[in-house]
Design a protein around this ligand. Structure first.
Ligand SMILES: [Zn+2]
Ligand SMILES: [Zn+2]
Length: 260
């Protein structure tokens, strides 16, 4: 399939929105193909081919559309990312130097926290630890902007990395935090948020749900010790909005025993 106006329309949409859910991308794919009379099938394969064609055309300018499961909901997300900037991707050009320093310090906290999330209070307290000090109000404004632009997410006062940040900053994260970054035992992908065993083994919440499906005696696949976390139900990936409250203790990766 040649590159068409349909691909260009989809790319424009990605450029303006940055990150999209699977249903939004499917809708965009359908609309772009129908608008320009391009062959369309409502399948993931057709969608993958369509996105691959866009990627062939934008790789020379250092961009790529990537997909990854949201660590919180398990839903597949798509993002347009910069691939040729070794440091902080598109953040480097969009944010002031001091704002970036704040973001890097937030990353330090998030990566060092086993749960992959930190309280917004801890984030705001970083304002006084920057080389050029910043007011808490300014820090709050930057934090709000980072959340709005899908670099960070906030849930009940806990801040963590959004899928866009993990997709765009994966190289940066594995370079800078070589020692601290863990990969999920099941899917082998980077795992910032998730459930973890004292032996060092980590699982995404949705991967833990898959691994322990139907098991009464849940044990760490590494050290065989009892898995101390609440195991979320397997359907939460498709039903996350309705059971958000009940699943919350599982999504923040908290241990059953000592913190609930
Ligand atoms: Zn996983
Ligand atoms: Zn273990």
């Amino acid at each position: 399939m040649a590159t068409t106006d349909a691909h260009r329309l989809a790319l424009q949409s990605f450029l303006s929105r940055g990150v999209m859910s699977t249903s939004e991308v499917k809708e965009l794919h359908k609309k772009a193909c129908q608008t320009f009379n391009v062959n369309f099938e409502n399948t993931m394969e057709c969608l993958r081919n369509f996105l691959e064609k866009i990627n062939e055309n934008i790789s020379s300018v250092g961009m790529e559309i990537r997909s990854k499961k949201d660590e919180e909901t398990g839903k597949l997300m798509f993002a347009l990312v910069m691939t040729n900037e070794s440091q902080l991707g598109r953040l480097s050009s969009d944010y002031q130097k001091n704002d970036l320093e704040l973001f890097k310090k937030i990353l330090d906290l998030i990566v060092e926290a086993e749960s992959g999330c930190v309280s917004s209070t801890d984030v705001l307290n970083l304002a006084s630890h920057l080389k050029e000090k910043m007011s808490k109000q300014d820090a709050q404004n930057i934090l709000s902007r980072l959340i709005k632009e899908n670099w960070l997410t906030e849930s009940q006062g806990e801040i963590s990395l959004a899928p866009r940040a993990i997709m765009e900053l994966e190289h940066y994260l594995t370079d800078v935090y070589e020692e601290d970054i863990r990969h999920c035992h099941l899917c082998k992908e980077i795992a910032i948020k998730g459930q973890w065993c004292p032996c060092g083994l980590k699982l995404h919440i949705f991967c833990a749900a898959r691994l322990f499906r139907g098991k009464d005696d849940c044990r760490c696949p590494g050290c065989k010790d009892v898995w101390e976390f609440e195991i979320p139900s397997d359907d939460r990936a498709t039903n996350s909005a309705s059971n958000k409250d009940t699943a919350n203790s599982a999504t923040t990766g908290r241990k059953r025993k000592d913190r609930l």
